[in-house]
Write a new protein. Structure first.
Length: 389
């Protein structure tokens, strides 16, 4: 029995090497039609290597989803060969225990050279964080990670002329023995749906994150009891300005996008304790009493225009009674993340700065603080369960 299991482990490693060679060859020879395909292939290869180095079965499932999505649109020869190898790996993985998988990963680590593709790219990150603006949204988040470095992407990096930041978060709570959580952070050069979708797709392809998140500020819907500085973690988002014009006027045809269900469930169970931690920190440093924000999980309306009109958010909500907030990026963020890599968990965390009118820079900074504090607290407390379900 032991000899048979050892043979399975050897077979698994051999098939893994074969798949790695297939991916390396495809990227290195640029046999795919576009640079985007080359980056997707590089990301699939990184998933396979991440599993090989971790020996954790959930990492294999993530790599399996990523590669299977990729091969479906690959040239037929590569597609069939890749699918066959992937199914072989899945069958062999089912026969091995976690310790045996870790032994395989140790063998892989010993024989694998550094640098795994011909595509010039940045180092991968556990978490990719995107914000609409540097000040105050992304800067509030960067204040909470260290050490921090900033870079400007090259043409070959996949982020040409884009400033990005890398750093780490120290895991807390039940994860105190874990390694630091690596973070990459980006902000839009121009607010809105198009720039957000493009940046999110590029960021996922380049950094290959295990979690992708957006932090920032939004408008809240007072009619549903939302107050300034409340946290909105929308389960879904829709475009309120998509549709068609007819002789009878504009007919709205909203498009929908969703956050990851398991992430929303984890936030529902932990959100209160994360807020408690932030409140304790503030109480220790501020003499004045700070109102405790509430967390809302329903729908975010999203559009391409800045709204500064009393009652406009209620008009936009229309028949969608569960709308709690309004912003300009959440739909693009969720939809782009889903299309680029559906296996990567995604979440939007925003804090309320106004009610679609009466905008204030001071309140905006407070809201950015709350969104960034909540997101970092959530990641520190529960990162592994957020990404592994």
């Amino acid at each position: 029995m032991e000899n048979n299991r050892g043979h399975c482990a050897d077979q698994f490693l051999a098939v893994l090497r074969h798949l790695d060679e297939l991916l390396s060859s495809a990227v290195g020879t640029r046999s795919y039609e576009s640079l985007a395909d080359a980056y997707d292939l590089s990301a699939a290869k990184d998933s396979v290597e991440r599993f090989a180095r971790s020996g954790v079965r959930s990492d294999f499932k993530a790599g399996e989803r990523r590669f299977l999505a990729l091969v479906e649109r690959s040239p037929s020869k590569k597609r069939e060969e890749g699918r066959k190898l992937l199914f072989q790996l899945a069958d062999l993985a089912a026969t091995l225990s976690e310790p045996e998988l870790r032994a395989v990963s140790e063998s892989w680590e010993r024989e694998s050279p550094g640098g795994n593709t011909a595509v010039d790219r940045t180092k991968s990150a556990d978490v990719l964080v995107v914000a609409a603006m540097f000040e105050p949204e992304l800067s509030a988040f960067l204040d909470r990670i260290s050490p921090i470095e900033d870079f400007v992407g090259t043409e070959k990096s996949g982020l040409p002329e884009i400033t990005y930041f890398v750093g780490s978060l120290r895991a807390g709570g039940a994860q105190t023995q874990s390694l630091p959580i690596s973070v990459a952070a980006l902000f839009l050069s121009r607010t809105g749906l198009t720039d957000c979708a493009s940046l999110v797709a590029s960021g996922i392809r380049v950094f290959r994150p295990r979690l992708v998140a957006m932090t920032g500020v939004c408008a809240g819907r007072r009619a549903l009891g939302v107050r300034k500085n409340d946290i909105i973690v929308p389960a879904s988002s829709f475009t309120y300005d998509s549709g068609k014009y007819t002789d009878d006027g504009f007919e709205r045809e909203p498009h929908w996008a969703e956050a990851s269900t398991r992430v929303i469930q984890r936030v529902r169970s932990l959100g209160g304790s994360v807020i408690d931690e932030v409140m304790d920190q503030l109480s220790a440093s501020l003499p004045a009493r700070v109102r405790r924000p509430r967390i809302h999980y329903d729908v975010m309306a999203c559009g391409s225009s800045v709204v500064d009109k009393e009652g406009m958010i209620d008009e936009i909500a229309g028949a969608t009674r569960k709308v709690v907030g309004l912003d300009m990026e959440s739909y693009a963020f969720m939809r782009s993340a889903t299309l680029t890599d559906p296996g990567v968990p995604r979440i939007v965390v925003k804090s309320v700065m106004d009610f679609s009118t009466g905008k204030s820079d001071a309140v905006k900074s407070q809201a950015a603080f709350w969104a960034a504090s909540f997101l970092t607290g959530l990641i520190r407390r529960d990162f592994e369960r957020l990404v592994r379900g």
